[in-house]
Every structure is written in structure tokens, then in C-alpha cells.
Design a binder for this molecule. Structure first.
Ligand code: DGT
Ligand code: CA
Ligand code: CA
Ligand code: ZN
Length: 579
């Protein structure tokens, strides 16, 4: 039995324990042991024969006994027992992206969900959000996942967070193999395109066969659609494809560049190489003279340098002017996650979020932020538990009290996501005037004609109390296109009124998109990158919003929430008085 096969068995045992609600210390210990064994340079069965299993860090006598049982009988009896005890449908529930064994157990215990169809029903009836630790967005995640499993032929693209989750998982797992020297995610995920067709990974090794066998053994893969010595394509149980390219360490930089793409960017690079007398491919640069000399640059940066270019960040590799800018030495310095000082659109459990203001503040402080704004829904959005005036006042008092305690390490600004109704906003101006950060958004009348939607948006943007227009097109990726909106006009209004336009980092929105955001920046509009978090863990979605801003060629100086708190306060104050 190979090391990784032992690792998969321990991982499965950990999943099974979580699925039965067993205490999580045990499952965590099995997961740790699995990771250790995967990365072990020695053969686990040799160590077992020599009676040295417990010398491995993270393996005590109990786990060693399970491994011994597995190696001698081919099965862990505890796993077998648990498998028989768990309703079969729970394993289907587990294939839904975003639902791990702990969540699956929670659904089962609290709502009796033991099949995909019951999960779907509960999501549609909005029952999942009531469970501890879930926000309202859990239901759309679950429904999108089930839709993909039920209709594999539809070939829907993955949302960025799902692709990112699996990309990291497979990358880390490949990196643990002792024969792997380098591994990276490539393709559209590395470029952070808003949705991902399939996952691409490039791995460098001197032992391609072993690495290929290892990859093919990943327990969550179903059928293989390509199975060559250097190219493997596997279909994940939940329906998406994963492509692996196996190359030598010498070829790795050229292969990474090639498989990162985009195809259009690659074509331009090949033209540049040709001008220098070389043929560029995934294997390196081959001289077109008789010498046929092959150059294999030591890094992507060296490869770009060879072509007379500075390093071009993956987010820019779309042939949208990055080659010209690079040749002219005019590539922008792009905004980075570390430049972000705060998040100005976050929901708490005062409306439809899953966390308290204090929990959110602490989590945001841990991210290194200086400030956040709590922008819950306004009163008309009844399904999201929008705030009546009385509750809004209480929330503001609460926030003031939190700030006064002075131990948060962060400033919490008051905020609101005010609904743009027909011909008015959901609160009067005197209410809005009292709020630090006013985010306005359209949540109704999606089918209205363009004139009418534009009139509503214009009214909001011309209101001096409105600071930010949230998710300006209202689109939901893979589900619905936005309402009818003239983005050119919205950008003009943003420039005229100084209202910031949001890049909403939520993976199903990413609205503004990269091209529109770029246009807005070129015309001088202010952009803010918010997460619209409804749950603590969603604060991390900031990465995706930043990626969209990078794809829009944005520098930190152009992003509102890269300002420090003092400058932000000044910006908020000045706005109130300009119009
Ligand atoms: P996706 O999967 O639809 O989200 O988009 P990509 O960009 O990940 O496309 P994919 O997976 O077909 O290929 C990954 C990269 O490999 C692509 O960005 C560039 C490179 N590549 C693949 N096929 C070709 C090709 O026919 N010509 C060129 N120039 N490059 C290719
Ligand atoms: Ca791809
Ligand atoms: Ca691919
Ligand atoms: Zn929101």
C-alpha cells in the first residue's frame, strides 16, 4: 500500500467521524496524520514492519494501530462500521461544493437532511440560514452546487471561490508529494478571471510516472478524460474538470507561462519571440536558426526579460494593452490585498448576516484593517430582516458603545445599505445624514425598463448622503444578468457626484466587472472594494474584489478603502458638502 493510499483512508475516517458528529479532536488528529504520511519520504509499510510508526510526528499508538490494521487487512474496521451506520444520502450531500462533513452532519442533525433532494428543498425554503454559523448566502451556494451535480452536461463555469478552494486543495496536496519540486495553479484561476471553466495545474518533477499515479488516486475524482504520461484530465465528483501538466524542472517556468495564458497573451509573446529568432512553446525557447539551441529560462520573470518585458502579473495577461505598456515601461503598480485598510459593506445579524458586530470587528482587526462599516439592509427589504428606524438607532448606539470600549483594535463606522425604491430612498435624508457610510443599492424592480432603473440610480447618486453605489449592475454570475443599466451614464454620474462605485467581492457578483471598472478608473471615478460579507469567513472574499481591481489595472491610490481612516473620514465629510 502506498503512503498516499494510507493517507486517503485516514482522511476518509476523519470525514466519517465528522459525519457522525464525533468529537472533532479525533478527526483533526486523523487529518494531521494523513498529511504527515503523504509528505513522508519513507515507505509507511516499511516503518510499520520495523515497528516505528509512532516515531512519525503526529502519530500516537491509537492511530498507529489503525494504520497497522489497514496495512494488514486492507481496511479499518471502524471506518467500515461508520460507513454502514451513516445514511447513504449523506455522502451525496458531501459532494456539494461548500458542504464539508461537519456541515453535512449539522444539516442532518438539525433538519433531518439525508439526501440531495432534501437539501435542495431546505435551501429553497430558506431553512439553512437559521442554523448556527450560516449566513443567508449558504442557500445560493448550495443550490448552485446541486444544480451542477444534477446537470453535468450544462458545463457551467465555477465561481471563483469554489475554483480557488479546489485549486489550493489540489496544489497543496501535490506539493506534499516528495518527488514534486514545484507546483502552481495556472489557467484562468491564476489570472483570476471572474468564472473558471476548468482547473489547470502545472507540476515539476523528475519522476513523472509516480506523480501521475498519485494525482490519479485523488479520492474525489471520478472518470479520467485524458490519461497521458504528461497530461491528465480528471472529472471531479461534483462535475468540473481538473487538468494536470507534468513537466521537468527545466521546463517548468515556460510551461507555467504557457498554461497560465491567456491564449491571446501567449500569441503576442510568441510574436515577440519570433522577432528575436526563437520559437516560444511550453517547453522553452527554441532557436529558429540551424543551431536549434533551446533556452529554458529559470523563472517566468527571466522569460519575460528575455522577450524585453518586465514581469507581467497574471491578472493582466489578456492582451488588453499589457504588452505595449510593458515594452514602454509603463505597467501600473497594482493594488494588493495588503493595501486594503477596511471593508465598507458588511452585514451583521442585525439584518441577514450570520455574525455579531463585535465578532465582525474582531475578525476584521485580525485581517489588519483599520476600519469597517456595518451596512445592514434598510427597512423595505423585509425578507432580509431590514432595519426599522428604531432598530437602526439601537444598532448605532451599540456600535458607539463598542467603539467606546476601545479594545477592538479597529474603528467600526455606522452604515446602511439603503434600498433605492421608486422615486425615493428607503430612509429620509435626515436619517441618512446621521450615518457614517451610506451604501445604496437596487434590490427590486429588476425587470423595469432602462429609463426607470436609471432614474432611480441617478436619484440615489445625486443624493449628497449616498457615498457608494453597491453592486451597480445587480448581476448574479451563472444565475441572472443584471437589470437594464447604462454603465457609461453611471460612470459619468460617479465622476460628477463623487459617489464611489463598488467592486463587490462576493464571488457570484464581482460587480463592477474588470472591464467596466477599468473604464470607470480611466475616467476618474472612485472605486471601493467591498465584500458584502454575510458571514465571518466571507471577509476573506476581499481577495476576489482586489483581483478584479487588479484586472482593471487599478493602483492603490485609486481605491477608496486603501485610504487610512483619517483620509477616509475627510473624504466622507467633503462629499457631504460638495453637492
Ligand atoms: P477557462 O478554463 O475556460 O476558464 O480558461 P483558461 O484560460 O484556463 O483556458 P484553458 O483551460 O483551456 O487553457 C489554459 C491555458 O493554456 C490557456 O489560458 C492558454 C493555454 N492554452 C491552451 N490551449 C491553447 C491554445 O490552443 N493556444 C494557446 N496559445 N494557448 C493555449
Ligand atoms: Ca482552465
Ligand atoms: Ca484546461
Ligand atoms: Zn449588501
Amino acid at each position: 500500500m502506498k503512503n498516499y493510499e494510507v493517507a486517503w483512508a485516514l482522511q476518509e475516517l476523519a470525514d466519517l467521524l465528522d459525519l457522525t458528529g464525533e468529537n472533532s479532536f479525533k478527526s483533526r488528529a486523523y487529518r494531521v496524520a494523513a498529511r504527515r504520511i503523504q509528505a513522508l519520504p519513507k515507505d509507511i509499510s516499511d516503518l510499520y514492519r520495523e515497528g516505528r510508526l509512532t516515531e512519525i510526528d503526529g502519530i500516537g499508538t491509537a492511530i498507529a494501530q489503525k494504520i497497522g490494521e489497514l496495512l494488514t487487512t486492507g481496511e479499518i474496521s471502524l471506518a467500515q462500521r461508520l460507513r454502514e451506520q451513516i445514511p447513504a444520502g449523506l455522502f451525496d450531500v458531501l459532494t456539494v461544493p461548500g458542504v464539508g462533513p461537519k456541515r453535512a452532519y449539522q444539516f442532518y442533525r438539525e433538519l433531518g437532511i439525508d439526501s440531495l433532494s432534501k437539501l435542495k428543498e431546505a435551501a429553497k425554503e430558506r431553512k439553512l440560514r437559521r442554523l448556527k454559523g450560516m449566513g443567508s448566502k449558504i442557500e445560493s451556494t448550495v443550490l448552485a452546487g446541486i444544480e451542477r451535480i444534477e446537470n453535468p452536461e450544462k458545463k457551467r463555469r465555477l465561481l471563483l471561490n469554489t475554483a480557488d478552494y479546489y485549486g489550493c486543495l489540489f496544489k497543496d496536496r501535490l506539493a506534499q508529494h516528495p518527488q514534486v519540486t514545484e507546483v502552481a495553479v495556472a489557467g484562468s484561476l491564476r489570472r483570476m478571471v471572474e468564472t473558471i471553466g476548468d482547473l489547470d495545474l502545472v507540476v515539476a518533477t523528475e519522476s513523472p510516472q509516480e506523480v501521475a499515479e498519485y494525482f490519479k488516486s485523488f479520492p474525489e475524482f471520478g472518470e479520467l478524460v485524458a490519461n497521458g504520461p504528461t497530461k491528465i484530465s480528471a472529472i471531479h465528483k461534483s462535475g468540473f474538470q481538473v487538468d494536470l501538466r507534468i513537466v521537468t524542472p527545466q521546463e517548468y517556468p515556460s510551461a507555467l507561462l504557457h498554461f497560465t495564458g491567456s491564449a491571446d497573451h501567449n500569441i503576442r509573446l510568441r510574436q515577440l519571440a519570433k522577432g528575436k529568432g526563437f520559437r516560444l512553446s511550453e517547453y522553452g525557447l527554441e532557436s529558429t536558426t540551424d543551431s536549434k539551441e533551446v533556452v529554458t529560462p529559470a523563472s517566468e520573470a527571466a522569460l519575460y526579460a528575455f522577450l524585453g518585458l518586465p514581469y507581467i502579473p497574471p491578472e493582466l495577461r489578456e492582451d488588453r494593452g499589457e504588452i505595449e505598456a510593458g515594452l514602454a515601461g509603463e505597467l501600473p503598480k497594482l493594488v494588493e490585498l495588503a493595501d486594503i485598510r477596511g471593508d465598507l459593506h458588511i452585514h451583521s445579524c442585525w439584518s441577514d448576516g450570520g455574525a455579531t458586530v463585535e465578532e465582525l470587528a474582531r475578525a476584521a482587526a485580525q485581517r489588519g484593517y483599520q476600519y469597517i462599516a456595518i451596512c445592514d439592509h434598510s427597512r423595505s427589504l423585509k425578507i432580509a430582516n431590514g432595519l426599522e428606524l428604531e432598530r437602526l438607532k439601537r444598532q448605532h448606539a451599540d456600535i458607539a458603545e463598542l467603539n467606546a470600549r476601545g479594545d477592538l483594535g479597529i474603528t467600526v463606522l455606522t452604515g446602511i445599505e439603503v434600498d433605492i425604491l421608486d422615486e425615493r430612498l428607503d430612509y429620509e435624508d435626515d436619517v441618512l445624514a446621521e450615518i457614517d457610510v451610506v451604501v445604496a443599492s437596487v434590490h427590486s424592480g429588476f425587470k423595469q425598463p432602462l429609463e426607470r432603473i436609471m432614474a432611480r440610480i441617478e436619484l440615489a447618486m445625486r443624493n449628497p448622503h449616498v457615498d457608494i453605489l453597491a453592486h451597480p449592475t445587480g448581476r448574479l454570475l451563472q444565475r441572472r444578468s443584471g437589470y437594464a443599466v447604462d454603465m457609461n451614464r453611471v460612470i459619468d454620474l460617479a465622476v460628477e457626484t463623487g459617489t464611489a462605485l463598488e467592486i463587490n467581492s462576493f464571488p457570484d457578483r464581482l460587480d463592477l466587472d474588470d472591464l467596466t471598472a477599468r473604464k470607470a478608473l480611466q475616467r476618474g471615478a472612485t472605486i471601493v472594494i467591498n465584500t458584502d460579507s454575510h458571514h465571518l469567513e466571507q471577509l476573506a472574499y476581499m481577495t476576489y474584489g482586489v483581483a478584479m481591481a487588479r484586472r482593471a489595472w487599478a493602483g492603490p491610490g485609486q481605491i477608496l478603502n486603501c485610504k487610512d481612516l483619517t483620509s477616509l473620514r475627510k473624504w466622507l465629510r467633503d462629499r457631504g458638502s460638495t453637492h
